[in-house]
Unconditional design. Sequence first.
Length: 247
Amino acid sequence: MSPMSTTLRRAGVVAALSTAGVLTAAGAAFAHVTVHPESYPKGATDGVLTFRVPNEEDTASTTKVQVFLPTDHPVLGVLVTPQAGWTAKVTTTRLKKPIKTDDGTITDAVSEITWTGGRIRHGEFQDFDVAFGQLPDDTDQLTFKTLQTYSDGKVVRWIEETPKGGEEPESPAPLLSLTAESAGSGEGSSSASSSAPASESTAKASTASGKSSDSTARGLGVAGLVVGVLGLLAAGFALARGRNAHS
């Protein structure tokens, strides 16, 4: 095999392996349970959180989803949107420190929501919408630990907390970032723009390949294509050098 052919072959292999690795990472990112939108202003009122649950098993369906809400920084006024085929059970917990609001003192808050009765099959995801009255204003992020149970008995624990500014763990819990309150984030206005897309997404399970809005997966996919193009350019450059060397 000539040196030029060897160079071309190596360039092609590097490009293929790099692209495959990046796309595999993109698929893994999509398989995570996530919350949408990814951020809200601190103290936002009258909004919607959408928990997106994809099915990552080839031979089993998701039959139960448990989302645990933090009670150290509680979400107030939680209401669950009815989901066709699913039954929601809401569990409340007495707060260690009551919260004073304009409507009175709150002593209890929702600590867990469990959905059962439905099925999320292979290649599908399900959105679960949860409305809230008010988000806390004394923290920068909320972690919603989640358990995903499959029809074969397997339980995936999405409970690992992502360090602020650190790498995402293998089984990350859905994370909601809370940003600084804006000047116009009064009652009813802080969540108007971000809650509308979430409410529109409530529907029957849809195929994950065509409707995912996971920005991380899209970014990784684009990066894979860029790596592949760079590999092809390198191969072309090697070919040109080889021809010049033999002329």
